[in-house]
Structure formats: C-alpha cells, structure tokens
Design a protein around this ligand. Sequence first.
Ligand code: SAH
Length: 388
Amino acid sequence: MTASAASRTNLLGLARPALEEYVVSLGSKAFRARQLMSWIYKRGVGEFAGMTDLAKSLRGELSARAEVRPPQVTSMQHAADGVRKWLLKADASQAFEMVFIPEPDRGTLCISSQVGCALDCSFCATAQQGFNRNLSTAEIVGQVWLAERELEREEREERASAAGGPGPLRAAPGAERHVTNVVLMGMGEPLANFRNVVPALDVLLDDCGLDLSRRRVTLSTSGLVPQIYKLARASNVALAVSLHAPDDALRDQLVPINRKHPIAELLAACWHYLDEQNGRSVTFEYVMLDGINDSPAQARAVARLLKGHPAKVNLIPFNSFPGTRYHRSPAPVIQRFRDELLQGGVLATIRRTRGEDIDAACGQLAGRVIDRTTVRLGSKLIQVAVQP
Ligand code: SAH
C-alpha cells in the first residue's frame, strides 16, 4: 500500500538509532540504515529506486512509505559577494530563512531552528515577528541537505554551460562538499527547540550522515542556562553565546532572558560545557550598538569577565532593519573596542558583514510572512500573520 504524502516518514528527521529502528520495522536488518544514510547524505540521493545496493524489497517498502523531503524553496537571492539566501516554506503563511556564505577556504551555512523567536532581543529583526513554531528535525537537517544539493546543481549547470554539455553527477561519496561548516545562527533560539535540534546535530556529525567535525558545527544561544547544561550531556558541538553587554543592567535590556539567567550563571554554564565536552573555547558574540554597549570602559569590563578563560569574542557590527532604534557603531569605535579586549588579554575578532544587499546579514533574518498585514505601534512596525 502506498502512504499518502502526509503519512510518509521523512527520513531526514531520523538520526541513526531511529533510522535503524525504522528499517527493522520494515523487516530489514539494522545495518541497512548505514547504507541508506550513505545514499542520502554522502551522495545526496533522495529517490529510493536509485539506491541500487539496497534489497529490492526494502526499496519497495521505502518507496511506498517513506520519503526524503527537504523544506520547499519559496525564493532564492544571490548577493553581489556570492552569499545566497533562501526563503523556505514553513506552512501556508510562514517562512524561514537560511544563508550560505562562501569563503575561499570554506562554505558556511547559517540555518534556522525556529520560525520566529520568543526571546525578544531588542536589536534583532527575528524578534519583531514573534514566535511561530519550532522547526522539526527534518526541517533542520533538510536545510543542510537542500543547500548542498542546490549548490551542487548550480555548479553542475555552470560546468555544463562552460563545457557545452551536461556535467556528471557527484562522482563519488565524499567528493568535495560545498557546505563545510554549519552555524545555528539563523532564525530562532536553538536551545528552546532542544528536542528537535539535538537529533539534527547528531545527523550533522554522524560519519554516516553529513560527517561534519564537531568544530565545524556551531550552536549559538542567547543564554538558556539550564539547556546549556543539558546540551553538555547530549552533544559536543562548538558553542557560541550572545553576550552583547558587560553587566546585567544593560544585558537585561538587550537580551531579556538575562533577567532569568544573569551573566555570572551564564558564564558558569559555559565553562561547564567546555569541561564536559573537552571543548577548546566558547565564542562570545557581541553586537556593536552605537553609544549603547561600545565604549572602551565597556570593552575593559568584558575583558575582566572573560580573561583567563577559554573564550573568544566576535564583534558583530549591528545590521540595521526597518523599525529599529539602534545604529551601528562606527568602524574606528569597533576597532578600539577590539584593541581594548586584546590588551585586556581576550582574543577578539570583528565579523565581516556579508550579503548586506539582500538583507542576509546577522540578525536580519525576518523570514517573511507570506500573507500579512502590517500594523504600526508607535515607532515599531509589527507584522501580523493572517492565519489561513
Ligand atoms: N538565538 C540565537 C541565534 C541568533 S542569531 C542567539 O541569540 O545566539 C546569531 C547572532 O546574531 C546572535 O548573536 C544575535 O544576537 C545576533 N544578532 C541579532 N540581531 C542582530 C543585528 N541586527 N545585527 C547584528 N547581529 C545581530
């Protein structure tokens, strides 16, 4: 019997143990899950009929009941600097975004974990749209699977037009990947969607899955302290934390979750994470807001918090969006802030802003409510989704 589209099992949502259980439930041996994963993730194949080393009966069962279904692309934009932003469909009225950032030595994919966000950081575009829903494991893994497939297709088409004929399919498993690094820095708070994010991380790291090294997968959190402790037991990816202020009074304003989990508790959780997972260092993100958190005295205060710990600070020039009351700190102010950190004994870098012409930079991912009404409340623009 053939399952209807709605009742098919999406294999992108199953980490290895769950996939093993699933193939056993179809009457096959557990080790078939590895072969299946190799087709899906190493070769980027989503149709079961072509998985020639699987028994015909298993291929038949899978074709009838399962699928490999990534999120549906609503639109794709290509920036002048090579950055791509995809708008992906969450349901009839909501969308979420992912961004690919090519660099000479790597390709970083920035993925979303939720549609919207509940945390309400005052300088973030995603916060303005409120929280809609968690993404499923399949939608999180599916972003990486989809991006790799789309980039591969693009490259094949370019080769074909250069050579005047169709290029070959990916030659072999393990052939060079476009996506070498994944950051959970798109829309949403990944630790607020722990249940779906952790199995997705498992697939990203699994050597039968996307096979990324733990240092090339980074989860960024606004500071959900209990979930950082929980993550230390469940995964070992690199951790990034949105600090943005040197003291609780200011951080309470910028990152409201700080009222519940203040800086001292947050830092203790970070050091615990490194101890548990034998990690190298935590990256602290710090958005540079003109006249708010960017003074040399504030830089020295950040250095005092982090000095002597395995920490790096990544300064993010604020990216503007409609309706925000903040401005980006001038470049010399950002450089001075970095220098104060370095003099204070803390490693610091300035993040280069990419994809600005397509609003693909940090904190600009607002998704798009496909069907929306815009209301104005004071100076703040609020987009209200119209439920279908
Ligand atoms: N919820 C996670 C992931 C968010 S996005 C977190 O808070 O860490 C990744 C980074 O972009 C976070 O550090 C976030 O604070 C920052 N960010 C948000 N809005 C921004 C903006 N408008 N300009 C620059 N960085 C921004």
